[in-house]
Design a protein around this ligand. Structure first.
Ligand SMILES: *Cc1c(COP(=O)(O)O)cnc(C)c1O
Length: 522
């Protein structure tokens, strides 16, 4: 292989220098020791006067040795945290091809809005009269979420997609129980579903029954009908689904589900592909969570924070959990039965407070700055970008569901890697050397060696072209048998291949000081 600077790689040599990358990028991160390794117990960044004589009331509980916390000078502290902040590879650092997880563009305007003192500095326990603007903002965002989805109500408090699923399924459970249908215990979940779907259903006592997907990657109404019995409570269907394909029979599936007296839960994590194009309410959906962190911007990393409002159909609207906002002469946050004036029957309370205020601000800023035409275009661009990638790689990499257009993400399988000695994992690790966060691997499970690529709407054609050229270069290298480039990758990242199973099963959670530095003996 030659890189773009014309430097050749040396076969068999596993040193980083022998493997110049195609892009000229070298891994994702630079090394940074722990605070305990760079700090010293005797250093402090501040000078505090010695305390006046105090009488300790700790008795035997008082510490008798030094606390052992390390100190740093101010510049050392600043450098440490600035370097750590640079280790977080994200959408601000480079193209983030992770599928199903939609790493969105986070416009700085949204950040600015979320930090306005009147929004950023309020406290959830402030008297309601002092946070009328914040309540209005929640109510306005709720209005747009209902408008965009064509649904009757929305529960704003869930803190993530999975939490929203729980909320939506609890609303369905409450509605079934209220209508004497509490015996319905089965939830249908397609095999391609995100793991949170069956987990949610099981967590609240439902029994999960899988529904197969057909050769085109979608669920067919005939299979749903075959699984429908009088004890089915709901179906949980993702649309567009986790294979990046729009469920073409969704309207017929919804009709069949309703005819059988069950509810239609839609996993809306992929709503970013259809905003402004299709309204889930029109498709027959009864409940759907919206990941604000996947569809309406907001930073999305390190596992949070997220926000997962759930939109609900007319049939479920009354069951929205506490707290919710009533817009009257003033905005009222309803948190108890005595405040209900509109016949709501909340099934309980999902969170201590009212949802993720910072996310609400970002989502509303995103909506208002894009406008309805802009949001529609963002969806169209997301789909266009994914199809550009799909079409540009289809001659080298294999598509599990044939040459059909995808929605916002392109799914490849590992058929094309057969007999090359390179696996999906190896391919993903080599992408790290090229400065790209790998795509989603081995998900959805229905596809062997899945590689799910979601470029998002905000990548320019130039950045997509470089990404495609890099993946083509890697793909050709794999099929030519240049196994070295993959097996030892990543060569340039500070950490190479970790034993992920051991790390999960046997985590080392206590830091132990390194052995004192000793000069190597002659
Ligand atoms: C991300 C995702 C979820 C879970 O959402 P979180 O906000 O991560 O809890 C559920 N389903 C699908 C399809 C997803 O992509």
């Amino acid at each position: 292989m030659m890189n773009r600077q014309g430097r050749p790689t040396a076969a068999g040599d596993t040193s980083a220098q022998a493997h110049p990358t195609f892009t000229g990028n070298y891994g994702l991160e630079i090394e940074e020791p722990l605070l305990f390794e760079i700090g010293r117990a005797e250093t402090t960044g501040v000078d505090l006067p010695a305390p006046k004589k105090v009488k300790s009331r700790l008795g035997k509980l008082a510490r008798d040795g030094a606390i052992g916390l390390v100190g740093l000078s101010e510049p050392e502290t600043l450098r440490h945290y600035v370097r750590l902040s640079q280790k977080n590879f994200g959408i601000d650092t480079g193209l983030f091809s992770l599928g199903s997880c939609t790493m969105k563009h986070n416009p700085r305007l949204n950040e600015k809005m979320a930090r306005l003192p009147g929004l950023g500095d309020i406290h959830p326990l402030q008297p309601q009269s002092t946070v009328q603007g914040a309540l209005e903002l929640i109510d306005t965002l709720a209005h747009y979420l209902k408008e965009l989805t064509g649904m009757a109500a929305v529960a704003m408090s869930p803190k993530a997609g999975a939490h929203g699923e729980l909320c939506g399924m609890m609303a369905i459970k409450a509605a079934l129980e209220a209508s004497g249908q509490g015996h319905r215990k089965i939830v249908l979940v397609p095999e391609s579903a995100h793991g949170t779907n069956p987990a949610t259903a099981a967590l609240i006592g439902f029994e999960v029954k899988p529904v197969p997907a057909q050769a085109d990657g979608t669920v067919h109404v005939a299979d749903v009908k075959a699984a429908l019995t009088s004890d089915v409570a709901a179906i949980m269907l993702t649309n567009p689904n986790t294979c990046g394909i729009f469920e073409k029979e969704i309207v017929e599936i919804a009709a069949a589900i309703h005819k059988a007296g069950a509810y239609f839960y839609c996993d809306g994590a992929n709503f970013n592909a259809i905003v402004g194009k299709a309204r889930p309410g029109d498709l027959g959906v009864d409940a759907m969570h919206i990941n604000l962190h996947k569809t309406f911007s907001t930073p999305h990393g390190g596992g949070g924070p997220g926000a997962g409002p759930v939109v609900l159909s007319e049939r479920l609207a009354a069951f929205v959990p506490y707290p919710f906002v009533h817009a009257d002469k003033a905005y009222v946050l309803v948190e108890e039965a005595t405040k209900i004036v509109k016949g709501e029957k909340p099934f309980g309370r999902m969170t201590a407070f009212h949802g993720q205020m910072g996310m609400f601000v970002r989502a509303l800023a995103y909506m208002l700055s894009h406008g309805s035409d802009g949001m529609k275009q963002a969806s169209e661009d997301a789909v266009l970008n994914a199809n550009y990638i799909r079409a540009s790689l289809a001659d080298l990499m294999s598509l599990p569901f044939g040459d059909q257009p995808c929605m916002h993400e392109a799914l490849f399988d590992d058929t094309w890697l057969k007999d090359t000695g390179v696996t999906t994992l190896d391919f993903a690790k080599a992408m790290i050397d090229e400065g790209y966060h790998p795509m989603t691997m081995y998900f959805p499970l229905v596809v062997h060696g899945a590689m799910l690529i979601e470029p998002t709407e905000s990548e320019s054609k130039a950045s997509l072209d470089l990404f495609i050229a890099t993946l083509r270069d890697l793909a050709m290298s794999a099929t030519k048998g240049e196994v070295d480039r993959f097996k030892g990758a990543p060569y340039h990242a500070p950490r190479r291949r970790l034993d992920e199973t051991r790390a999960a099963r046997n985590p080392v959670l206590r830091w132990t000081p390194p052995a004192p530095y000793a000069e190597a003996a002659e």
